[in-house]
Design a protein. Sequence first.
Length: 222
Amino acid sequence: MTGGFDVITFDCYGTLIDWEAGIVAAFRETAAADGVTLEPAAILRAFFDEPPAAERPYATYREILTATAVRVGERLGWPIGRERAAFLPESVARWPPFPDTNGALERLSRAGYELGILSNVDDDLLAGTRRQLTTPFALLVTAQQVRSYKPAPPHFTAARERIEGRRWLHAARSYFHDIVPAVAHGIPVAWINRRQEPPPGAARPDWEFPTLTELASRLARR
């Protein structure tokens, strides 16, 4: 197999899917219906200003997104109830892929790699997202399945059990959620460092690429 691997798994949101663009669009469109204008940077600051899901009692990602929408609305002066806040999980299926995502996945699939996703999400939300992705995925591990959120080990443990002895590469953008635990578990990992930031910790990925296009060019010959 080209590149020395049989299976390539990906984080989904932030790696394959531009979730920041999707989150901003969902908040701005829903708030605009109430005559409220929200600034993109303020939305993202408020959205990410909370402890990681792995450090809290397990809840579905739908529940987490709903509660987050309520909290962000309150913080930005746009109070909404939980019923209205359902707009955010309902928007997940519309969050767009990065421009390089489908082309890179198609190249890797044509080259013979088996593809998978390890994601901090619910099964039904990922099913909506997959309609925007143009390649099949043989392996899906979600937070709902393992009742845990990365960087905790269960996603990686479950994937290793399903992959068995085949050669496995994990690729992801999040240093905290994916690179650190992959390195800790001895899983070869490629950091999709879209912002070309320095590593914020001691863990070092095996490879680093600015986009999925470069990853595909390195691993696929066609």
